[in-house]
Ligand binder design. Sequence first.
Ligand code: 9YT
Length: 130
Amino acid sequence: MIVRNLNRIINTDKDVRDPNGNWISRRLITKKDGMGFSVNDTIIKAGTETKIWYKNHLEAVYCVSGNGSIEDMDTGIIHDIEPGALYALNDHDRHVLRSGTEDMHMVCIFYPALKGDEVHDEDGSYPASE
Ligand code: 9YT
């Protein structure tokens, strides 16, 4: 059994900051844990816009607090995100994540698992897991 607490991840190498300052992602479960998926506790900073395209991963995202929206870049459809909302990028969907007036607190599940140190490349992707 694995038991973790966010408090023990903050300020370690699993506490990853977006180079553009849009998000902070604390990697609670990573590839090394052998689960096949990973779990992040993620803060999206208020008033930010991030273009994302996870070519190499599927991701499910659950909003715990805050407000914002997600735009599907293929259809132009925009969905409001509020506490209790979950979106699943089941088709490697290109999207824009926009936060509103408050930071958004999200729980992000990635398949396959992240190693734990990834930041977005120029397309908004993480590299494929080895
Ligand atoms: C919700 C989202 O995709 N935010 C970008 C950060 C990423 N999900 C992460 O690694 O936690």
